[in-house]
Design a protein around this ligand. Structure first.
Ligand code: NAD
Length: 446
């Protein structure tokens, strides 16, 4: 059993701390947000993350998981201090490191024994050295410490599972012993553990996110070409994905990626490249394609409805992906901006993200369910592929809309089903109904 402090109780910090507690360690989670800590102490989670609440409450019950706003209390006796604070876009494409700097300073001012500081936040290459220099500047002279980079790869929506069964753990440090000691925290997870240097570990995180974002923009570019040439991108992705060299993941064409990671991390990587004198040719295209995907939905609406002035458009889904309440950089927020700029009224429903979207938007008619959002709508746009939307009574939806126009921004529905129900259905690069259906049947039969 180890004593671990985790600084920051957002998606990453809370899940990491809770998972370490569940593995039998003593964990104290520290956050400067007093409201968040007060709610956590009562077992109320500040975020929606499937399965997390139960594990938090269970580990609080055993006394292994505690929450505090006090660095003195939180860091006392800790053998490991994980930094899991936010590193948002600084407004110019770079990563804002103010939370990391302030966490490092607070660690230095509180430190009273040897410790390993582990950085889990996604930080620009070289930040490990920055954390080292901040701690050196502010710590008591006799206190020793090491810094290890341990980038996090969990996905919102499946954070608990990802933390307990990661594909790999990456550790980077100039102090090999420290990295191996951190590796000891993860051995029970039985996954590959890669130990490398600080900068390489930091880069592995950016390169991974940039690659995944590139796959999404790649298939979206293919979708745009398919639309011109009459091919079905869903079948194209299926056919590509069977190739073991390619694989099926992250080949869903749609409204593009969002969230707190991909856009900011690709931008930050571009910024690092430029600052280092390397023009990031591919990454710029990845971001441009992604921006254009939001416009795709608006273009389809204009094609069918003409001017959007005074039209009521219903959005199904606000979260940047299913199973989360996170709307940071969500496609829905861009669509709301574009629709409102075009004079349309927006009604919206999301199973979990109404509150977070409410804080990020104005003049949106948030509804209690998908039917209420669709009521009187000139068009419905499926923005987030929540399971709930798959199981809707679409015949009922048809009776409440003003016009049965459905823009399926995530290719959630089968064109034939929607067409049979009498919808004007527009998916992303879907072929004429009969062809696409027979292609799927053939694949299944084989
Ligand atoms: P978040 O914004 O949800 O949470 C950050 C938390 O840190 C907040 O609760 C904030 O109050 C707290 N905080 C800020 N400054 C602090 C300080 N000085 N001391 C104590 N607490 C402080 O962020 P997140 O989504 O959990 O992401 C954290 C980091 O992990 C980011 O670098 C992000 O890029 C990276 N990451 C995120 C995900 C994800 O899916 N969200 C996945 C992998 C990596």
């Amino acid at each position: 059993m180890k004593t671990i402090a985790v600084i920051g109780t957002g998606y990453v910090g809370l899940t990491t701390g809770t998972s370490f507690a569940d593995m039998g360690n003593q964990v104290r989670c520290i956050d400067i947000d007093e409201g968040k800590i007060a709610r956590l102490r009562e077992g109320i989670l500040p975020i929606y993350e499937p399965g997390l609440q139960e594990v938090v409450v269970r580990n609080m019950g055993t006394g292994r998981l505690r929450f505090t706003t006090s660095f003195e209390e939180g860091l006392q006796g800790a053998q490991f201090i994980f930094i899991a604070v936010g590193t948002p876009d600084d407004g110019s494409g770079g990563a804002d490191l103010s939370q990391v700097r302030s966490a490092a300073k607070a660690i230095a001012e509180t430190l009273d024994g040897p410790v390993i500081v582990v950085n889990k936040s996604t930080v620009p290459i070289g930040t490990g050295d920055l954390v080292t220099s901040i701690i050196n500047e502010h710590k008591r002279s006799d206190v020793t410490f090491s810094v290890v980079s341990n980038p996090e790869f969990l996905r919102e929506g499946s954070a608990v599972v990802d933390c307990m069964a990661p594909d790999r753990v990456v550790l980077g440090s100039s102090d090999r012993d420290a990295a191996e000691t951190v590796a000891g925290l993860y051995v029970s997870l039985r996954c590959p553990i890669l130990i490398t240097d600080l900068r390489t570990a930091e880069m592995i995180k950016y390169a991974s996110n940039a690659f995944l974002a590139t796959r999404i923009s790649f298939i979206n570019e293919i979708a745009a070409i398919c639309e011109r040439l009459g091919a079905d991108v869903k079948e194209v992705a299926l056919g590509m994905g069977y190739d073991k060299r390619i694989g099926p993941a992250f080949l869903e064409a749609g409204l593009g990626f969002g969230g707190s990671c991909f856009p900011k991390d690709v931008n930050a990587l571009m910024r690092m490249a430029r600052d280092a004198g390397q023009h990031p040719q591919l990454l710029g295209a990845v971001m441009d394609i992604n921006r254009d995907r939001r416009r795709w939905a608006i273009d389809r609406l204009r094609e069918r409805l003409g001017s959007l002035e005074g039209k009521r458009i219903a959005l199904w889904g606000l979260a940047f992906k299913p199973n989360t309440d996170d709307v940071r950089e969500a496609a829905a927020l861009d669509l709301i901006d574009l629709l409102q700029a075009a004079g349309a009224g927006v009604a919206a429903y999301d199973p979990a993200a109404t509150e977070t979207a409410g804080a990020a938007t104005e003049n949106v008619d948030f509804c209690s369910d998908a039917y209420a959002a669709a009521k009187g709508a000139d068009a419905v746009v499926l923005v987030t592929e929540w399971n709930e939307f798959k199981n809707l009574d679409l015949a009922r939806v048809k009776t409440v809309v003003r016009r049965p126009l459905l823009i399926d921004g995530r290719n959630l529905y089968e064109p034939a089903t929607l067409t049979e129900l009498g919808f004007e259905y527009i998916g992303v690069a879907r072929a004429p109904v009969s062809l696409a259906e027979s292609a799927v049947e053939m694949v299944l039969r084989d």
